[in-house]
Design a binder for this molecule. Structure first.
Ligand SMILES: *Cc1c(COP(=O)(O)O)cnc(C)c1O
Length: 230
């Protein structure tokens, strides 16, 4: 087996164990493989091991990869910040977006989604721990944003996403993730019909799963350490 195959299996085992420990069905958590900074060959190696959903942060880099690999039945998720001038590329190339945090971006994505494609699947990014420099809608504003995004014709609102600051320990991580789960449940109590809570990465996927994540976004544990271009 290649390194990527071995590491992918190890991540699946971690997800399985975390589901078991939390008393959750193991198919209740989806794995998004975060392939940012890695080339098409790494994506192909993961695909050969059965992985079909991939996450990318940098739009330009992603579009190149998506185009090069269009012969494969892959699902592409945008998990990076989106500037207004990049919405068209996102609308035309991705299947999912996890990082919608304001109505203007949602409206542009909806308008620019080609009618030949299914609606773009959308999660609202929530600034769950209130980091001042971070993107994400404030938790108190999430319901209003969800109500405004849900009816947009080019989008299908699926859920919430968060990227908390690294926590001191497992219990502290769970506290933050559980507040995201509570917000997700509160929006569903208002009839939003969300089915996706995107949280948990290489370092904290167990805490996220224990707290009710339905999708973990895992990069380095599958593909190894990243080297960022200068
Ligand atoms: C890079 C990234 C990940 C993956 O992080 P790892 O620690 O490598 O698993 C997940 N989510 C987002 C938004 C990211 O930018």
């Amino acid at each position: 087996m290649t390194t990527i195959q071995t590491q992918l299996q190890a991540v699946r085992d971690r997800i399985h164990a975390a589901c078991l420990a939390a008393g959750r069905p193991q198919n209740s958590v989806h794995l998004l493989a975060v392939s940012k900074t890695f080339g098409p060959d790494a994506v192909q190696a993961a695909f050969a091991a059965g992985q079909t959903a991939f996450g990318e942060n940098y739009i330009q880099e992603a579009v190149q990869k998506i185009t090069e690999l269009r012969h494969l039945p892959l699902q592409w998720h945008c998990i990076g910040p989106i500037q207004s001038n990049k919405t068209r590329l996102v609308a035309e190339h991705f299947d999912w977006v996890h990082t919608v945090d304001r109505l203007k971006i949602a409206q542009r994505l909806s308008e620019q989604r080609p009618s030949s494609l299914p609606p773009l699947q959308v999660c609202l990014q929530v600034n769950i721990d209130g980091g001042s420099t971070k993107s994400g809608v404030a938790p108190v504003d999430a319901l209003a944003l969800a109500r405004a995004v849900a009816p947009l014709p080019g989008l299908h609102l699926r859920g919430l996403m968060c990227i908390p600051e690294p926590a001191a320990d497992f219990v502290a991580a769970c506290t933050v993730f559980k507040s995201a789960r509570a917000l997700f449940d509160a929006l569903n109590a208002e009839g939003l019909g969300l089915d996706t809570l995107s949280m948990g990465m290489s370092a904290d996927l167990e805490a996220a799963i224990t707290s009710g994540s339905t999708m973990v976004r895992v990069g380095s544990a599958i593909f190894g350490g990243r080297h960022y271009p200068q």
